[in-house]
Design a protein around this ligand. Sequence first.
Ligand SMILES: [Zn+2]
Ligand SMILES: [Zn+2]
Length: 193
Amino acid sequence: MLVEARRLYADYRHVGTVPRDLHRALSIKALEFIVVNGETKSGLTSRADWDSYFMQIAQVVASRATCDRKHVGALLVRDRIILSTGYNGSIRGMPHCDEVGHMMENGHCVATIHAEANAVLQAARNGVRIEGADLYTTASPCWPCFKMIANAGIKRIVYGEFYRDERIFEVARKIGILLVDLSPLPADAKHTA
Ligand SMILES: [Zn+2]
Ligand SMILES: [Zn+2]
């Protein structure tokens, strides 16, 4: 059964997406639970797996965001080392949305630079190579950010919730970027309530 689960996981990697429950099941230590109960469970170990660890850091980064329409945090990571961080905020030197209000266009605030873009820019400012890195972001990338991430050479995107643009799934599959959905399972929501 464990071998079967791993093969399934490999298949999903191949097509470019990993369902969140399968990913979660395989990233916890107690894999036997898949075998014994035939269902996935989480919260069986007190030590966070790497994806959860980096996603929790991304959530802390998001707490620095300055557009209260949505707070997003992002990390670029390679070989379990954080290369850069970013959160959504105004152009350097310009006032924050939270102070002067938003710049609305077609229902979206366009004053800010998004978290993923700021993570790429922070790496650029510091001369850090990001090709082949993983991106952790609390919300799945919007279309402009996705295009930038793809051409920056990011190979895996782990996101904490789905945000707005479905086009990323099809294109990620075509160009070989793995998307991992780490949004909370209903069982987790009940657990933390
Ligand atoms: Zn704003
Ligand atoms: Zn974006």
